[in-house]
Design a protein around this ligand. Structure first.
Ligand SMILES: Cc1cc2nc3c(=O)[nH]c(=O)nc-3n(C[C@H](O)[C@H](O)[C@H](O)COP(=O)(O)O)c2cc1C
Length: 225
């Protein structure tokens, strides 16, 4: 009987230990699978997080409506260079204003009293310059319009006037920029704003002909578009 009881006790001890071992292995495997699950879940979270962060910047852009246009007139290439830098930095579309009757070097000679620019300068009614195009396809899609021009006698070169008068800038942010030998933007932006009669015009910026893309980038970053 004593032997029988000892046998029963040994058996139940063995069964108990086996059960314990199996519990341990179960709990280990549970914890592994839980960890795996947590890792998997955190991957999903981080994927959806990164999906959200990938989508994140797109949403505000959509909210901002985001299309930018750079419109410019340039007689000798300086303003065009800045316009192209703005487009490169912002991803904007570009629209060049081209007089039907382009200005030659002779036309631009402000030291010659008989040159075209001097004549036009002295006769404002001759400053109505016909452009090859003064309206832009899908104009309504643009929220921000940069308008660039050279300074002529301290104001915006008048070939831009036709564009400014021909378009409705309502709900658009308009940012004038210019190039010059030494004059600053002066009244050129505010005169164009008056001419347009619509749009939210910012103060704008003058660049020298030697301005670099990083000068332009620094300015644009400051605008906080
Ligand atoms: C007719 C004419 C008038 C100008 N008047 C001025 C002026 O008042 N102040 C100034 O600093 N530069 C003046 N300039 C220099 C231009 O503003 C400068 O060279 C500009 O960068 C030219 O730009 P563009 O190459 O895009 O035409 C004048 C140039 C021309 C042709």
């Amino acid at each position: 009987m004593k032997k029988f009881l000892t046998l029963i006790l040994s058996l139940s001890l063995a069964v108990g230990l086996a059960a314990c071992g199996s519990d341990n292995s179960d709990s280990t495997s549970n914890s592994v699978s839980t960890e795996t699950q947590i890792a998997a879940e955190s991957e999903i979270v981080s994927e959806s997080d990164s999906a959200a962060s990938e989508e994140g910047p797109e949403e505000p852009e959509e909210d901002e409506g985001g299309k930018i246009l750079v419109v410019y007139y340039s007689a000798t290439g300086n303003t065009e260079e800045i316009a192209n830098y703005i487009a490169a930095v912002t991803g904007a579309d570009v629209f060049e204003l081209e007089p039907v009757n382009a200005y030659t070097d002779e036309d631009l000679n402000y030291n010659d009293d008989n040159s075209r620019v001097v004549r036009e300068h002295d006769n404002p009614d001759e400053q109505n310059i016909e452009l090859t195009a003064s309206t832009v396809e899908n104009w309504e899609e643009y929220d921000t319009v940069f308008i660039g021009f050279p300074i002529w006698w301290h104001i915006a070169a008048w070939p831009v006037n036709g564009f400014v008068e021909a378009n409705d800038f309502t709900s658009k942010t308009v940012i004038p920029f210019c190039t010059s030998a030494s004059s600053d933007l002066g009244e050129s932006g505010s005169l164009l704003e008056e001419m347009a009669g619509t749009g939210e015009w910012l103060e704008g910026q003058r660049f020298s002909s030697g301005a670099s893309e990083s000068d332009v980038r620094a300015w644009i970053e400051n605008l906080g578009l």
